[in-house]
Design a protein around this ligand. Sequence first.
Ligand code: PGA
Length: 241
Amino acid sequence: MKLVVANWKMNPRNEALALSLAKNVDSEGVIVCPPAIFLAAVAKKLKRASIGSQDVSAEEEGAFTGQVSAKQLKSVKAGYALIGHSERRRLGEGNDVIARKVAAAIDGGIIPILCIGESRDEHVTGRTKEIVERQLELGLSLVPRRVPATRIIVAYEPVWAISGGDPLVESDTPENAAAIIDYIRERLRHVPVRATVLYGGSVNVENAASFFAQKTIDGVLVGGASIRPEMKTIIKLAMEA
Ligand code: PGA
C-alpha cells in the first residue's frame, strides 16, 4: 500500500463541491489537502482519509494577518501540512521561513510534508542533486532532535514536471524520480527523522502505477488529477501496490 496526498490547490469554487470531492477520495492511506477555508467542513465529512493543510504559519499566534497556525489546524483535525510547495516558493517563500514552518508544524503536532525540487533550468544544467540537497538540509535545519525520531514526509516535486492543471505537461520518469529519491534518503540519514518520501508532478491515472512500482517511492502527491474522477482509480492502484 502506498500513500496518496491530494493537493486541491485553489479548487474547488465552493463548499458543496469540496464535500463532493471529499467523498471521492475518502480512503485509508489518503491525505486530502483542501484550501484552508474548506478544511473544517471536509474534515467533518471524511471517515477514512486524513486531512492536511496546504501551508502553515511559522508563528504560533498573534498579529499575522491571513496566516493559519499549527494549533488552529489541529483544532479542525488536520494532521499534516504541505510546506514549501513550489507555488509558494514562487511567491518568495525562502528556505529560512520554510525551516521555521517545519519546526512550527512539528511543535504544534502537525506532520510536515516538505516539498522540494529543482526548476527546469536547474534540471537541464544537471544541478538537481545539489538543489534538492540544499532545500532538504535548510528546510530541516530546525527539526528538533528527539527520541523516537520525528515523523516527516518529503515530497520530491521537480518544478518543471508540475502540471499547473495542464494535462500536456509530462511527469518525470519513474526511474529518474526513484534515483533522486534514493539520493534524498541517503541525505536524510544525517537528519533525526523518520521519513516517508513521495514523488509529485503530473501524476495521473496513466502513470501512477509506474511510480508505485518503484520500491523506493512511498507514494505520490497529486495536484491536477486529484480533483478529477480518475483520482478514485489512482487511490485504488495505491491500495493494491
Ligand atoms: P500536479 O501538481 O499533479 O498538477 O503536477 C502536483 C503538485 O503541485 O503538488
